[in-house]
Design a protein around this ligand. Structure first.
Ligand code: PEP
Ligand code: MN
Length: 366
């Protein structure tokens, strides 16, 4: 198992839920200062200040970031807010400059995570430093690319790692700028134990309204923090104007969120323990039933073998699928869940029966 240091052990005094805020792009020293002062005034100082210094833009001609000068302005943040700073890097040169200017945490953007050469180059440029790295999900919903980028960092010895969930582009579904696809960050947490995932509702929603709702969902699912783009004058921001919020609006959003108590921090909870015992028992029953079902499937397989029948019978499959889906939906189970469950059970049945045929076939066996 890959071991890494969680946010609380990065040595920066950070805790979860981690709140990151700051502008999409650093624009001028005055802009950075104004945001800091407005944050102070609104009494909403984040734990980590974000600012885009190099902006990977989809089309040329938009503002592509202020570059190295912007890194010098980060002193203004330290002076007014005394908090650590995070910036995005997109190549090795950016990574070297970020280290040179003492950036506290580096993040890899979605357009970079899709490119293993660029990720590798960044990892090698950061090698030997102790800088924490957060990796945004790739543009497309490919969990392996996301994990792969984290693994490239880990492989060069960077062990202060976290992930950022900023949603996935979708050509058809335009409700979001980037569709959240919640199963992705959750699956990342399943397969990489202890990996913390920060939600970025700003790039998911793409508009100011909706940020609260997505943030609350992220917290409800058990994600580990929020990165919210914050600007003193969002409408006139040089990038992502529609989705940035003022420090005052940020405070309102954060105040409205019902942050859950992490289970680990809670006193033993009798009621939860009882309910979990009930679930354990039901899962045992479910497994017994599945075992029984596959024993009957094996008998059907044997019968098909004896009578020279093929494994897959499309009429039967159609009937099973339709009738079970209807029954499941009547029991308040979703159609999507029923279909996925039945596909999975049916696939296992077909594989078992095909194996039975193969094992009794003298040609294939030889
Ligand atoms: C950003 O954080 O401003 C940014 C460019 O995000 P993403 O990589 O998620 O598009
Ligand atoms: Mn942005």
């Amino acid at each position: 198992m890959k071991t890494h240091k969680q946010i609380k052990d990065w040595g920066l005094g950070l805790t979860t839920p981690l709140i990151i805020a700051g502008p999409c792009s650093a624009e001028s020293p005055e802009q950075i200062e104004k945001i800091c002062l407005d944050m102070k005034e609104a009494n909403v100082v984040p734990q980590l200040f974000r600012a885009g210094i190099w902006k990977p833009r989809t089309r040329p001609g938009s503002f592509e970031g202020i570059g190295e000068d912007g890194l010098k302005w980060m002193e203004i943040v330290r002076h007014h807010l005394n908090i650590p700073i995070t910036v995005e890097v997109g190549n090795a040169a950016h990574a070297e400059l970020a280290l040179k200017h003492g950036v506290d945490v580096i993040w890899v953007g979605a357009r970079t995570t899709v490119n293993p050469f660029a990720v590798q180059e960044i990892a090698e440029a950061l090698q030997g430093s102790d800088v924490p790295v957060m990796v945004k999900n790739p543009m497309n919903p490919d969990l392996d690319l996301w994990i792969g980028a984290l693994e490239r960092m880990h492989a060069v010895g960077l062990d202060k790692l976290a992930a950022i969930h900023r949603g996935f582009s979708d050509a058809y579904d335009k409700r979001f700028r980037n569709k959240p696809n919640w199963s992705m960050p959750i699956h990342l947490k399943r397969v990489w134990t202890g990996m913390e995932v920060i939600n970025d509702p700003s790039h998911i929603v793409g508009r100011r309204d909706g940020i609260l709702e997505v943030s609350q969902r992220a917290i409800n699912f058990g994600l580990d923090g929020l990165m919210i783009e914050t600007h003193h004058d969002p409408d006139n921001a040089w990038s992502d104007a529609k989705q940035q919020v003022t420090p005052k609006a940020l405070r309102e959003i954060l105040n409205a969120i019902d942050f859950k108590e992490p289970l680990e921090n809670m006193k033993p909870d009798e009621r939860l323990q009882d309910l979990r015992r009930a679930v354990d028992h039901l899962d045992d029953q479910l497994l017994d039933i599945l075992q029984e079902r596959f024993a009957v499937i094996d008998q059907i397989g044997e019968h098909k073998r004896e009578h020279h029948l093929t494994v897959f019978q499309s009429n039967r499959w159609k009937e099973v699928m339709e009738s079970r889906t209807q029954k499941g939906m009547a029991k308040n189970l979703s159609e999507k869940f029923m279909k996925e469950l039945l596909y999975s059970i049916h696939e296992e049945s077909v594989k078992r029966q095909e194996k039975q045929l193969r094992e009794s076939d003298p040609v294939k066996k030889a």
